[in-house]
Design a protein around this ligand. Structure first.
Ligand SMILES: [Zn+2]
Ligand SMILES: [Zn+2]
Length: 171
């Protein structure tokens, strides 16, 4: 009889202990265990490392990107400082808004580069290779001879490419 009572009491005590263990205590225990094995330190170190990695990568990428878009040194420094100080989370979106459009920059550059290689025929308006003497579309003469050095150059050039003498045929 006494034995049975003892067993019953024990059971009651055990179940009371289990119920008494609140959620907070369980969380604290898990936290303690993780800390014991060094998991938390490892996690925090890893997380901070990834953040620093993304930060440094963003600064390097911005430096590379803005250098290819503008020669303006102030805009270059401003862009890098924005990403470095405001962090990639706030800095990069601002940078995307203020950075110059490379597509337009390229277009202007290539238009100027092509204009040097091409002669526009003054009679029919078609384009010719810079070495052509006659227009391949209408047969007109598209070059002139320098009065000073006798070099041959496109009729609509204002100056001789070789000696710098002015084109007298151009009015
Ligand atoms: Zn022509
Ligand atoms: Zn000349």
């Amino acid at each position: 009889m006494e034995n049975t009572e003892l067993i019953e009491n024990n059971e009651v005590n055990e179940s009371n202990e289990f119920i008494g263990e609140s959620l907070e205590e369980v969380q604290t225990n898990v936290f303690d265990q993780l800390q014991e094995y060094g998991f938390l330190d490892w996690f925090v170190t890893g997380f901070v490392s990834i953040l620093v990695y993304i930060w440094v990568w963003s600064i390097l990428w911005t430096t590379k990107d803005i250098s290819s878009r503008t020669y303006n040194i102030f805009l270059q420094i401003f862009s890098i400082v924005i990403v470095a100080v405001l962090t990639p989370v706030f800095g990069l979106p601002i940078y995307f808004l203020i950075r110059p459009n490379r597509f337009k920059f390229d277009q202007i550059y290539w238009r100027e580069a092509l204009a040097i290689l091409v002669i526009k025929c003054e009679y029919c308006g078609e384009h010719n290779h810079k070495d052509n003497k006659f227009c391949v579309h209408c047969g007109s003469n598209i070059v002139t001879t320098c009065k000073e050095c006798k070099s041959i150059y496109p009729k609509n050039n204002e100056y001789c490419y070789k000696c710098g003498a002015p084109n007298l045929e151009l009015d």
